[in-house]
Design a protein around this ligand. Structure first.
Ligand SMILES: Nc1ncnc2c1ncn2[C@@H]1O[C@H](COP(=O)(O)OP(=O)(O)O)[C@@H](O)[C@H]1O
Ligand SMILES: [Mg+2]
Length: 250
């Protein structure tokens, strides 16, 4: 579903991704872990073109998003193609990013109506079904300010799903939440995984990485240091830096 090869990304003179390669297969749940500043968010943002890459290539469901030109700098396909390809991916951020001036329902139907041109009559039943799925149908007419952090994040997940993505990217979806609210969000994500959604999840939740993810990728200083099936990753981490990180986290 995603094939990224040798991604290089700098901000000014600061190189933050030093040739990162990653594949994500259909139905696979991959957890990305690593210390703060290691480039996890940048990697996710590069995959769905919230950042542009300097080097390397990205393919989404077999379609090229960017690949190196003759000078080795990455070139993107035309804008309309980039937008169409990136629509296959939904993203959930640490900070929810709901529209504060819209109700829960309006938040969810906005993109299907404006981006996909869906009629309101078609978008509303889909939104209701998604709200039921994340357990928040009774909040559909509330404004985000009336919701808890956990509820906001579940709405954000429903909003991303409303665009019917094939792949979901999560960037520390529970890091902004009080500990007692992380469970409800993790349960929603686990449910998505059980429904065979393809997911790439940056997280500090080692329980989720261990129990829900099929594979764990450990990043440090802009590189993937280790990648292994989750059971193996936690049982027998190979790299000293992985072991050191896990010793701090577990
Ligand atoms: N928009 C940006 N402009 C400049 N530097 C950035 C930007 N985004 C991230 N960085 C830098 O890139 C590095 C990796 O950041 P990030 O991808 O957010 O790491 P992580 O998500 O693993 O904490 C950090 O040094 C950070 O300061
Ligand atoms: Mg981050």
């Amino acid at each position: 579903m995603i094939r990224a090869r040798d991604i290089v990304k700098s901000f000014g003179t600061n190189r933050v991704l030093h040739g990162v390669s990653l594949t994500l297969r259909k139905g696979e749940v991959v957890a990305v872990i690593g210390p703060s500043g290691s480039g996890k968010s940048t990697l996710l943002r590069c995959l769905n073109h919230l950042e542009t890459i300097d080097g390397g290539s990205i393919e989404i469901e077999g379609e090229t998003l960017a690949e190196p030109g003759a000078d080795q700098r990455s070139r993107y396909v035309p804008d309309a193609e980039v937008r169409r390809i990136c629509r296959k991916m939904g993203m959930v951020f640490q900070s929810f990013n709901l529209f504060p001036h819209m109700t829960v329902l309006q938040n969810i139907i906005e993109a299907p109506m404006t981006v996909k041109g869906m009629a309101r009559e078609a978008a509303v039943p889909i939104a209701d079904a998604l709200l039921r799925k994340v357990g928040l149908l009774e909040k559909r007419d509330n404004y985000p300010s009336r919701l808890s952090g956990g509820q906001k994040q579940r709405v954000a997940i429903a909003r991303a799903l409303a665009m019917e993505p094939d792949i979901m990217l999560f960037d520390e979806p529970t890091s902004a939440l009080d500990p007692e609210l992380t469970g409800e969000v993790l349960r929603t994500m686990r449910q998505l995984a059980d429904d065979h959604m393809t997911m790439l999840v940056v997280t500090h939740e080692m329980g989720f990485a261990r129990e829900v993810a099929h594979r764990v990728v450990f990043m440090d200083q802009g590189r993937i240091v280790e990648s292994a099936p989750s059971e193996e990753f936690f049982r027998a981490p190979q790299h000293p830096r992985t072991r050191e990180f896990l010793a701090h986290m577990l």
